[in-house]
Design a protein around this ligand. Structure first.
Ligand SMILES: *Cc1c(COP(=O)(O)O)cnc(C)c1O
Length: 397
């Protein structure tokens, strides 16, 4: 008999769990968009979006998902025929590269596999080879949600600077913002993008883009800009409607106001980063124990190269797919599918899954997911090592 009744848990890397406070903030009629409190609320949200990215730069909100954030960054950075160096460590990096290609950017792809962070030395070498400094920007994903590889953004900036190359640095932090440390200004990031539905705990529908002064200056010649995507009126107005190139996403703004208050005021950003690190270590410890007695393992061997918001894992023989079906049907927990590790048509597709631990998650949710996985492994007779929950508890400390 299924034990799935009760509050279900969507433990996939976006949309993430939305706090009741965030949901409740949206339960109100549409506000006046011409003037009044919505304008002040919007400006407070923009100020707090700078705080959550640790920047004093420019920020814009686009109505759209993460793909919209990719497109916004590309449109403002490039003209048709410009060059980009796109560093990939999983499906999302590949997706951003493909978007740039389709928009007419000449993409030089630096594929760093799916199991380790990009080596800054390889980026330096690619830029050194670009003797005419034709590469306008380096595009890289902070945490690639498909592989759970996390790149070292500060080290990548240092590699660009070491070569003395003028390329801008653009970073996709959609899966990591609010979860893993991000210090946009200290790390020399020129363009940063994120989306509402992951670490920021808001329904899907908003993309965020931050830009440095230098990126804004260089963007003035980018001919891929179109009226909706051009960041200039969004940064510089002067009218309120220009912030969104049309009607404001009113209820998403109410939700975001509440979420940013939870992260920045009630918990504190440093504490949120630390919480994600500790929950991640618990997940990794459990998988380590399971792997001692079965064909189970994490995708990324080096803990320093793992994101703190999502964990990609392998369970051989199709066990990951069977386990996912079990946890959803029998225990009310939905785990993430493996992404980009095998095609849906290939037998190995059933060998991969992902556990999200991003945003509104705490110890009881993470330990609950791990215990449910343990119950599933047991019920399905999937060989696994003992002691995973004890290991997770010890790692939380
Ligand atoms: C989720 C995600 C995206 C895509 O976001 P959508 O909202 O699905 O378009 C892009 N990059 C990263 C790193 C992501 O985690």
């Amino acid at each position: 008999m299924s034990l799935a009744q009760g509050r279900s848990y969507l433990a996939i890397p976006g949309p993430s769990v939305m706090p009741d406070r965030v949901l409740a903030a949206m339960m109100r009629p549409a506000p006046n968009i011409y003037d009044g409190p919505l304008h002040g609320l919007t400006h407070s949200v923009l100020a707090d979006l700078r705080r959550v990215a640790r920047t004093t730069g420019h920020v814009a909100i686009y109505i759209g998902n993460g793909h919209a954030g990719w497109e916004a960054a590309i449109a403002n950075l490039f003209s048709r025929g410009d060059r980009a160096l796109v560093v990939t460590t999983g499906n999302f990096g590949l997706g951003w590269a493909e978007a740039a290609r389709r928009m007419g950017v000449l993409v030089e792809a630096l594929d760093c596999g799916r199991q380790a962070a990009a080596d800054p030395e390889r980026i330096a070498a690619a830029l050194r080879a670009d003797t005419g400094a034709a590469i306008r920007a380096v595009l890289v994903t902070h945490t690639d949600t498909a592989s759970s590889v996390r790149n070292d953004i500060a080290a990548i900036r240092a590699a660009i600077d070491k070569v003395g190359h003028p390329a801008l640095l653009a970073v996709d932090a959609i899966a990591s913002l609010g979860c893993d440390p991000m210090r946009m200004d200290d790390w020399g990031v020129d363009v940063l993008i994120a989306a509402s539905q992951k670490g920021l705990m808001v329904p899907p529908g908003l993309a965020f883009l931050w830009a440095s002064d230098r990126a804004v200056r260089l963007s003035q010649s980018a001919d891929l800009r179109t009226p909706y995507w051009d960041w200039t009126p969004r940064f510089f107005g002067p009218d309120y409607w220009q912030l969104f190139c049309g009607t404001a996403p009113t209820h998403h703004l109410f939700a975001l106001r509440e979420a940013l208050t939870m992260i920045l005021e009630d918990e504190g950003l440093d504490h949120a980063w630390d919480r994600h690190a500790r929950l991640a270590r618990a997940v990794w410890a459990a998988f380590g124990a399971w792997g001692q007695g079965g064909d189970i393992g994490l995708n990324v061997a080096d803990p320093a190269m793992r994101g703190h918001s999502v964990t990609a894992a392998r369970m051989g023989g199709g066990a990951a797919g069977r386990l996912r079906a079990w946890t959803e049907a029998e225990a009310g927990v939905t785990l993430g599918i493996g992404l980009g590790m095998a095609l849906p048509s290939e037998p190995a597709y059933g060998d991969f899954l992902r556990v999200a631990h991003m945003g509104h998650v705490n110890a009881h949710m993470t330990l609950g997911v791990l215990s449910v996985i343990e119950a599933g492994l047991t019920a399905l007779d999937i060989p696994h090592g003992r002691g995973a929950i004890e290991a997770a508890v010890a790692a939380l400390a």
